[in-house]
Design a protein around this ligand. Structure first.
Ligand code: GLA
Length: 373
């Protein structure tokens, strides 16, 4: 399956790791719908690592752990499909998954057929235990071919953490999204690191194969598997806005059944989601305020001709940001001007003397959608 905008959904790993089961999946799916996030575009419910038994069955097939998934995976898929959602599952190109469950090395065609039979719509494919003697790109192509021939549209989500120059070959594998970095953790240092790792690979993404900056930590508040102290709500706002401006898939990672209103408002910010999901899929470009890597200004030209501009203060002090309309591609001799608003506060974009200018506190962002008039 190919999605022409970055896939959106929820994934079990960030909060629950191995503590997953049918009840958690189905109740989270219900909350995704009841809380309005499904209507915002979140549709994939992805069961990450630790869903299987440690041994394959006599026919060499993967077996869902019957204690965690007493009715099997087809039941889960049918339940989600009946509600307009899609099922994602997880495997790995090595002999074992990262948590040491059986994985798909040399079983690619069997596993793709099994997933198709269950009604799976999405496969996250990891990189642990890849034999040194085999190339990751060859193993990913093998799974890409297996999925393309399994008789069901299954979205291929690569997760090789940017290793082995993933950006150079991932587009040849059939993957629709690719993880460009190592794992996210729920603290601001991790968000900052993942954003800065994008600077050199901005051209490698977009329609066809989206650059996946990893699951969101918005709303985790230090709880769960990758909880490492947590972030403030302003830091979560910055994190979400950066993922949207950079066009990453948006996979919620918190416990959606216990989400507070602020978290729901961040994840459900339709104007930011519209930037992430912009169908034209233009790549973002980058300026560095004062030449500082920790003060990125990220810009995207949107499909309707608007500009999305984000000021991101990754430093620990308040910073002044500015960028001229000329820098943004709208010189004054064009007779055109930019006007618009900030997308969290709704405040008018502060444009003075043909310059978008604002003072931004530490660990905060300002994101504007600007019209050319
Ligand atoms: C790797 C991936 C994570 C998660 C775990 C599961 O670390 O990068 O996203 O899937 O494996 O074990």
């Amino acid at each position: 399956m190919i999605k022409h905008t970055p896939p959106m959904g929820w994934n079990t790993w960030n909060t629950f790791a191995k503590d997953i089961n049918e009840e958690l999946i189905l109740s989270s799916a219900e909350d995704l719908i009841a809380g309005g996030l499904h209507q915002c575009g979140y549709e994939y419910v992805v069961i990450d690592d630790c869903w299987a038994l440690r041994e394959r069955d006599g026919a060499g097939r993967l077996v869902p752990d019957p204690v965690k998934f007493p009715h099997g995976m087809k039941y889960v898929a049918d339940y989600l499909h009946a509600r307009g959602l899609k099922l994602g599952i997880y495997s790995c190109c090595g002999a074992m998954t990262c948590a040491e469950y059986p994985a798909s090395l040399n079983r690619e065609f069997t596993d793709a057929a099994t997933f198709a039979e269950w009604g799976v719509d999405f496969l996250k494919y990891d990189y642990c235990f890849k034999p040194l003697s085999l190339e990751g790109k060859a193993l990913y192509r093998r799974m890409g071919i297996a999925l393309a021939n399994c008789g069901r549209d299954i979205l291929f989500s690569g997760c090789s953490w940017g290793a082995d120059n993933t950006h150079e070959w991932i587009g040849t594998t059939g993957a629709n999204m690719w993880r460009s970095t190592g794992d996210i953790f729920d603290h601001f240092g991790s968000v900052k690191e993942l954003i800065k790792k994008q600077y050199d690979i901005l051209p490698y993404g977009g329609v066809g194969c989206f650059n996946d900056m990893d699951m969101l930590i918005v709303g985790m508040h230090g709880k769960g598997n990758v909880g490492l102290g947590g972030c403030t709500d302003d830091e979560y706002r910055l994190h979400f806005a950066a993922w949207c401006l950079l066009g990453s898939p948006l996979m919620i990672g918190c416990d959606i059944r216990k989400m507070d209103d602020t978290t729901r408002a961040i994840l459900g910010n339709r104007e930011l989601i519209a930037i992430d999901q912009d169908e034209r899929g233009n790549r973002p470009f980058l300026f560095r305020q004062w030449g500082n890597d920790d003060l990125p200004i990220i810009v995207r030209i949107l499909g309707n001709g608007d500009l999305a501009v984000g000021f991101f203060n990754l430093t620990d002090e308040t910073a002044n940001f500015w960028i001229t309309e000329d820098d943004l591609g709208v010189p004054s001799f064009s007779g055109k001007r930019l006007t618009g608003k900030e997308l969290y506060s709704g405040a008018p974009a502060p444009i003075v003397n043909e310059t978008l200018i604002e003072r931004v506190p530490a660990h905060q962002c300002r994101v504007y959608r600007l019209k050319v008039q």
